[in-house]
Design a protein around this ligand. Structure first.
Ligand SMILES: NC(=O)c1ccc[n+]([C@@H]2O[C@H](COP(=O)([O-])OP(=O)(O)OC[C@H]3O[C@@H](n4cnc5c(N)ncnc54)[C@H](OP(=O)(O)O)[C@@H]3O)[C@@H](O)[C@H]2O)c1
Length: 216
C-alpha cells in the first residue's frame, strides 16, 4: 500500500470535494432544464377541436348531396356554438353552404367564422382557405386564435377522421328517418363518448340538442 503524505491527502480531499460540487451543479442544472421543458409544454396552447352535426333517427346527415330538412332552430344552435370560432369542412359541404350564400363578397362562407376547406382537387375558393389535411390548419393560426375551438362541420370522411381528435361532439338528433345516404359514425360515438347534456325546445319538439364528451 503506497504511503500518502498529508499534502497528497489534502489534494485528494480537495479533488473529491470539487467532483461532488460538479455533480451537484449538474443535478441542479438537469432538474432546472426538465422544469423549463415542462413549463414550455404546459404553456403551449392546446388546440380545442369539436364536431357539430345534425342527424336523423338513423344517424344520417345528408341525402343526394343536400341536407334533407330545414330547421331554423338548428341553424341558430349551429350559429351560437360556432360563431367567433373556426370551421373546417369537406369540399362538398363548402359548395353546399356557398351556393346558399347571399353576400358573395363576404370574407367567410359563415359570417364571423374563419373557414377552412379540405380538398385535393380545388386550389382556391372565395371566402375560405383550402387545406389538404386537417392538421394543416395549425400552420394558418396565430397566437390570438389560441382560445378558439376548431369545429369540424362535415362531411363523412372528416367526421370519421375528426372523432379521434375531439373531446366534444354537438349532435342535433331528429326524430324521423329522412332516407339519408351519408351517415355519422354513431356506433363509435356511443362507444367512446357519453351524453353530458340534452336540451329540448318547446317550439321544436322534433329536435334534441345533445352534447357528448369523450369518456376518460
Ligand atoms: N346534417 C349535417 O349536420 C351536415 C353537416 C355537414 C354537411 N352536411 C351535408 O353533407 C354533404 C356533404 O358531405 P360529404 O361527406 O358528401 O362530402 P364532404 O366531406 O363535405 O366533401 C367531400 C370532399 O371533401 C374533400 N375531403 C374530405 N375529407 C378530406 C380529407 N380528409 N382530406 C382531403 N380532402 C378531403 C374531398 O374533396 P376533393 O374531391 O376536392 O379532394 C372530398 O371529395 C352535403 O350535402 C352537406 O350539406 C350535413
Amino acid at each position: 500500500m503506497p504511503q500518502v503524505n498529508e499534502e497528497q491527502l489534502q489534494e485528494i480531499l480537495r479533488l473529491l470535494a470539487q467532483q461532488q460540487q460538479h455533480q451537484h451543479v449538474e443535478r441542479v442544472q438537469t432538474a432546472r432544464r426538465a422544469a423549463e421543458r415542462q413549463q414550455a409544454i404546459d404553456e403551449t396552447p392546446q388546440r380545442k377541436y369539436a364536431i357539430i352535426v345534425a342527424v336523423d333517427d338513423q344517424g344520417g346527415f345528408s341525402k343526394d348531396e343536400k341536407i334533407p330538412w330545414d330547421f331554423p332552430q338548428d341553424l341558430k344552435w349551429f350559429k351560437d356554438r360556432t360563431e367567433g370560432h373556426i370551421c373546417v369542412m369537406g369540399r362538398k359541404t363548402y359548395e353546399n353552404i356557398n351556393s346558399r350564400l347571399d353576400d358573395k363578397m363576404a370574407t367567410s362562407v359563415l359570417p364571423n367564422r374563419r373557414c377552412f376547406v379540405l380538398s385535393n382537387t380545388v386550389q382556391e375558393y372565395p371566402n375560405a382557405t383550402i387545406i389538404k389535411g386537417i392538421l394543416e390548419i395549425e400552420n394558418h393560426l396565430a397566437d390570438e386564435d389560441a382560445d378558439k375551438t376548431i369545429f369540424i362541420i362535415g362531411g363523412e370522411r372528416l367526421y370519421k377522421e375528426g372523432l379521434s381528435l375531439v373531446d366534444t361532439v354537438y349532435v342535433t338528433a331528429l326524430n324521423s328517418d329522412y332516407q339519408c345516404d351519408k351517415f355519422f359514425p354513431v356506433v363509435y360515438l356511443m362507444e367512446h363518448f357519453y351524453t353530458q347534456k340534452i336540451y329540448r325546445r318547446d317550439d321544436s319538439p322534433e329536435l334534441r340538442f345533445t352534447v357528448w364528451k369523450r369518456k376518460r
